[in-house]
Design a protein around this ligand. Sequence first.
Ligand code: NAD
Length: 296
Amino acid sequence: MKKIGFIGLGIMGKPMSKNLLKAGYSLVVFDLNKPAVEEVVAAGGEAGSSPKDVASKSDVIITMLPNSPHVKEVVLGANGVIDGAKAGSIVIDMSSIAPLVSREIGEKLAEKNIRFMDAPVSGGEPKAIDGTLSIMVGAKEADFEECVPILKCMGASAVLCGDVGAGNVTKLANQIIVAVNIAAMSEALVLATKAGVDPESVYKAIRGGLAGSTVLDAKAPLVMARKFDPGFRINLHIKDLNNILETGHEVGAPLPLSASVMEMMQSLKVDGHGDKDHGGLVMFYEKLANTQVKKD
Ligand code: NAD
C-alpha cells in the first residue's frame, strides 16, 4: 500500500485524511495549525515537521490548502514538497486554485520527475466526512488510474477531465453555475416577497419544473429559515470568483454574470457578511428592495 502524506488539515482536509486512515493507509501529516495535526495523529497519523519532511516519507503527497499562493509555498517554497519528494512520486493538489497555477506547479515538479495532478472537490464538509465528495481531476491518464483507489476513499466519484489544470477549470465552471444560481434564486424570491406572495409557496410550486435545481433545494429552505452559518463561506466564493475572472481574462472568455455576482459578494463582505454562507447572497437583494425573504 502506498504511503501517503497529507498537508492542510482544515474543514475539508481533516475529515478527508481521516477517511484515508480508516481505509488502512499510513499517513504523515502537516499543518500550521497544531491542534488539527494532534487530532489526526490521535486518529492514527504521524506528524511531519515540514512539507519537505512529509514528502520525503511518502509515495503520494496530497495538499488541501486555501488558495494558489498557499499551494505554491507548500509545494515549491523553502522546505517545500519539491525538496523532499522522491522522483516518481505523485503530488495530488485537491485545493481549489487557479488552473494556470496548477499547470505552473506541474511543470516545476516535472523538472524533478515528480508527477502532479489537480483534483479539486465539490460537496463541502458533510461529504468530506462521509467520503462522498465529487472529485474533478486534471492528470495524465496513467497517473489518474494509479490514484483512483486513493481518491475513492474520499469521494463517491472521480472524473478525469483532461491534462493537468483541467480539474481546476472544471471546478471554476462548477462555481460559476453555483454562484449565478444563488443570485437568480435570490432575485426571484425577493421579487415574490415584495409582490406579496409567500416565498415558500413559490419554492414548492417551481422546484419540480425547469427552474428547479440542486442549488434551489439546498439554499431556498435555509434562506427562508434565515440560516446563514457556513456551509461555504462568501469569502471562499470570492476567492473562487477571483480565480474565475482572472482565468477568463487570461484565456479570452468574458464572464459578465460572474463579474456581477462578484460585486454582490464584495458588497456583502463590506457589510461584514464574509464569513456567512454563500446562500446569504439574498441579503444583497433584500437590502436593495428593503425586504426580507422568510416563511409566512
Ligand atoms: P480551511 O481554511 O478550513 O483549511 C485550510 C488549512 O490549510 C488550514 O488548516 C490551514 O492552517 C492550512 N494551511 C494554510 N497555509 C498553510 C501552510 N503554508 N502550511 C501548512 N498548512 C497551511 O479551508 P477548507 O475549507 O478546508 O478548504 C480547503 C480548499 O478546499 C479550498 O481551496 C476550498 O476552496 C476548497 N473547498 C472547500 C469546501 C468547503 O465547503 N469548505 C468545499 C469544496 C472545496
